[in-house]
Design a protein around this ligand. Structure first.
Ligand SMILES: Cc1cc2nc3c(=O)[nH]c(=O)nc-3n(C[C@H](O)[C@H](O)[C@H](O)COP(=O)(O)OP(=O)(O)OC[C@H]3O[C@@H](n4cnc5c(N)ncnc54)[C@H](O)[C@@H]3O)c2cc1C
Length: 418
């Protein structure tokens, strides 16, 4: 591993940045592995890292049809928080946030975690009651959460418009101060580098075209477009919005709806925002990137799709919502817009664990909020794969919960709050 020092940085700068050592190896795949992970997004890479680090399983390949981190992991708005309503979710996401809080040291890679707080706004008495209920439930679960008056909202984010005659006057809000953002690429690159150092093979630009099973319905490998069959004792699917296509290859169904979710940034301006701000009813969330751009996200496109561009009406809807809360930003120019394919489960809670195919495991249903779940998702899935039984934090996130009717309905805490 190359040492990171000022001298090395200066050496590379003077050499015209031509001799940087790649962060991970790019080997030819072997004929067989103990574990093949489909999808080199944050979930797949973190699973590989924790398999190697916590369970000593290093004969692992992570295979992606495109470039590492090029799916939702490299397209999200990078918000991290743990203020979910039900205990199962807040335990899981708070564990993830704690892992984020020491991830830079763990990976020896700066993931640029910035805990400027995540604030949600309420616009009516009823909404304030619902927000208070959520805040109280979080406090009972030991997750930090604070109610705010309109004045305290303004104090945290002076650019918010408190005009009582606005269409959605702000009645208050609540904040999780430990919430914030982390740099999405750095999270993927940091996990990839450490996994590769421990022996994990990362294979890019290689679509998986089939999941191979034997006569006992046990996963035995994958078929790839580039290298033919690669055998595996265990196969793991971490492909977000394309999860139903992989499940289809293996012969089972998933209750996943794939939808396009957009985000966009304005031209850069001087720092005006402290943290992230979201509003469910107005339907947008906003933060300011380290480069000064105002980063805006909002509603998913209105119908299922595998498109990665996004349609103009949700773009317009999201920007109109932003202008309701931050009229000042209506003068900014929009610079870029992009989208990813999100994997929405019926209860907006992820599905992590075993599948109907023996020795095949799945991580999906992250919807609009799986970036914050990357460390805990990887850690718990690695445990599940290594022990062939669910980690206690994700026992209730199994695929069977839909048939049993034991949903964990986090629709209100997912969606716009991201
Ligand atoms: C616009 C937007 C904003 C978001 N904002 C937030 C946020 O603020 N906070 C938050 O917590 N979450 C957010 N999310 C959600 C978050 O990005 C995802 O839940 C998370 O990145 C999922 O990670 P993943 O590893 O499961 O999937 P991905 O990063 O999508 O990785 C899946 C990989 O699988 C690969 N793949 C698919 N099919 C195949 C195949 N057949 N063969 C080989 N490889 C294949 C893809 O190429 C891809 O690289 C947002 C998402 C979007 C789109």
């Amino acid at each position: 591993m190359e040492k990171y020092s000022f001298t090395n940085l200066a050496k590379h700068a003077l050499a015209g940045h031509k001799n940087w050592k790649p962060l991970w190896r790019s080997p030819e795949p072997k004929k067989s592995y103990d574990v093949v992970i489909v999808g080199a997004g944050g979930q797949g890479l973190a699973t590989a890292y924790y398999l190697a680090k916590n369970h000593g399983i290093t004969n692992v390949a992570v295979i992606d049809k495109g470039w590492l981190g090029g799916g939702n992991t490299g397209r999200n708005t990078s918000m991290v928080r743990s203020n979910y309503f039900y205990e199962e979710s807040s335990n899981f996401y708070d564990h993830s946030l704690k892992l984020y809080e020491q991830l830079g040291n763990e990976l020896n890679y700066n993931v640029m975690l910035s805990q400027g707080g995540v604030m949600l706004l309420g616009h009516s008495a009823v909404e304030m009651q619902l927000i208070e209920r959520a805040a109280n439930s979080l406090l009972l679960q030991g997750v930090d959460s604070e109610m705010l008056t309109p004045e305290q909202v303004k104090e945290r984010e002076p650019v918010i418009d408190l005009n009582p005659n606005g269409r959605y006057p702000i009645q208050g809000g609540f904040v999780q101060k430990r919430g914030g953002v982390a740099r999405h690429d750095a999270v993927a690159w940091g996990y990839a580098r450490r996994a590769s150092d421990m022996g994990v093979d990362i294979i890019q630009d290689c679509p998986i075209t089939n999941i191979l099973t034997d006569s006992n319905n046990k996963a035995i490998g994958v078929e790839t477009a580039k290298f033919g069959v690669i055998k595996a004792d265990k196969v793991v699917s971490c492909v977000a919005g394309l999860s139903s296509t992989i499940a289809d290859m293996a012969g089972f169904d998933l209750p996943i709806k794939s939808q396009t979710l957009q985000a966009m940034v304005s031209e850069p301006i001087k720092p005006v925002m402290h943290g992230c701000v979201g509003s469910g009813p107005v339907h947008c969330y906003v933060s300011q990137s380290d480069r000064g751009e105002i980063l805006v996200g909002g509603t998913a496109d209105f119908y299922p799709s595998f498109g990665q561009r996004g349609n103009i009406n949700p773009t317009e809807h999201t920007l109109a919502a932003m202008c309701e809360i931050f009229p000042l930003f209506s003068r900014l120019k929009l610079m870029r817009q992009w989208a990813g394919i999100v994997d929405i489960s019926p209860d907006s809670t992820p599905i992590i664990g075993l599948t109907p195919v023996k020795d095949m495991y799945i991580s999906t249903g992250w919807g609009t909020g799986g970036f914050k779940g990357i460390p805990a998702g990887g850690e718990t899935l690695a445990y599940t794969v290594a022990n062939n039984k669910p980690h206690h934090l994700v026992e209730k996130f199994d695929l069977g919960r839909f048939a049993r009717g034991e949903m964990i309905d986090e629709a209100a805490a997912a969606g716009i709050p991201h």
